[in-house]
Design a protein around this ligand. Structure first.
Ligand SMILES: *Cc1c(COP(=O)(O)O)cnc(C)c1O
Length: 394
């Protein structure tokens, strides 16, 4: 990689983080000690949920969240096309049907109007979804109060894909408090807000959902003898009562997460400052910013700008120009329904025009806690050159 290449995201690891991991490496238990439990408790306290279960990725957490809500063959799950593939794949893992609700172009988030219209149609033909997964793109919460109201009217469950949004707020509630959902999932991948290298979390306020998620993340094994179905007198006994997986977070990973969590508030403050600097510095260019709702505090996991018009060629040219200058712009995301796997399932171009237009007009600019004002000015300078270059050619 070029030395002065600016990635769209980068982890922030401190000496304390390294020490925290070292301590676990020198301890007796690398995976089944107390550290992952301490981490879960610290997360639940931070986001104000009753329960938290840790996983080896957000992808595993989404899979188990769907199973815990009873998703199976014959059921339907809806999410948005503008997301990482994992938000949709979890439905397929469970043998369920997947469908999408298009985004609103101002926010980049699942459109409540389109959701309501689609629910109304689906209820007429008896094809209502069992679960809806709103995705908090870039760290801005979806309109959860409205989606929650619709869930009461149409009887679906809600899993928030908050992979981008730990530390964010919606209507005064912490994202993860599950004030408007059954389960919230966070990712701890290195590009996300805080990291455990690989890792994921699921929060909930339901004890039964929490217990089920924990059991399913550990092979379906139960160790509490009060819950045994067989003879409970053997001290060595454990029971597998259902089919689960090995999706546990190790204590080594949890040690990194626990240490990173201490700097979460600082990370969010810093990312909001960077976003404000970008908004000021980019103000003179013909670009739009994604608009969080006024009742939401974004984490700015991503800083996304959009061209005035959607044009595949212009978009690609600007992309290539910026990449050639060492600016690691990225697209979040190619709409999931246009991935070959989903095209093979019968989805096609034109089904979700907002997501498709968004994908040929948007760029994620570099944003990470150690980015300097000089880096930001360099991004802005190259972006303004790229737009000039575009005007010269077209
Ligand atoms: C990163 C991400 C995931 C998956 O997270 P992993 O921890 O890498 O499995 C899921 N959904 C969204 C929206 C993401 O950005």
């Amino acid at each position: 990689m070029e030395k002065n290449f600016l990635p769209y995201s980068r982890q922030d690891i401190s000496e304390e983080d390294i020490q925290s991991v070292n301590n676990v490496l020198r301890s007796e238990f690398l995976t089944q000690g107390n550290v992952h439990k301490e981490f879960e408790n610290a997360i639940a306290a931070k986001v104000k949920s009753k329960y938290c279960v840790s996983f080896n990725s957000a992808t595993s957490a989404l899979h188990i969240a769907c199973l815990a809500l009873g998703l199976r063959k014959g059921d339907i799950l809806w999410t948005t096309p503008t997301t990482f593939v994992a938000s949709a794949n979890c439905a397929i893992y469970c043998g369920a049907e997947i469908d999408f609700v298009d985004i609103d172009l101002k926010t980049g988030l699942m459109s409540v109007e389109l959701l309501e219209a689609k629910l109304c149609e689906a209820s007429k033909i008896g094809k209502l979804p069992k679960i809806i997964i709103p995705v908090h793109l870039a760290g801005s919460s979806c309109d959860m109060p409205s989606i929650n109201n619709l869930s009461k009217k149409y009887g679906f469950r809600i899993i928030e894909d908050a992979s981008h949004a730990i530390g964010g707020l919606c209507n005064g509630f912490s994202v993860g408090s599950c004030a408007y959902s059954d389960i919230t999932v966070f990712s701890l991948h290195p590009v996300k807000i805080i990291t455990s290298a690989e890792g994921g979390l699921a929060t909930t306020n339901s004890k039964s959902i929490s217990d089920l998620m924990r059991t399913l993340s550990n092979h379906g094994i139960i160790k509490d003898k009060n819950n045994f179905v067989g003879d409970n007198f053997e001290s060595w006994r454990y029971e597998q009562q259902s089919l689960g997986f090995n999706y546990r977070l190790s204590d080594v990973h949890a040690a990194l997460g626990i240490s990173q969590l201490e700097r979460l508030d600082f990370f969010i403050k810093k990312r909001n400052e960077i976003a404000n600097t970008y908004k000021k510095e980019l103000n003179h260019l013909p670009l739009k910013f994604l608009q969080p709702y006024d009742f939401v505090k974004s984490t700015y996991h991503l800083f996304i700008v959009k061209l005035d018009k959607s044009n595949k060629e212009i978009h690609e040219n600007i992309f290539n120009y910026l990449r050639s200058k060492g600016i690691g712009v990225q697209l979040h995301y190619l709409p999931v329904h246009l991935q070959p796997f989903y095209l093979n399932m019968g989805f096609s171009k034109g089904l979700f025009p907002n997501s498709e237009n968004y994908a040929i007009s948007s760029f994620s600019l570099p944003i990470f806690t150690s980015i300097t004002n000089e880096d930001i000015r360099r991004v802005v300078y190259e972006m303004s050159n790229a737009l000039k270059f575009k005007n010269n050619i077209y």
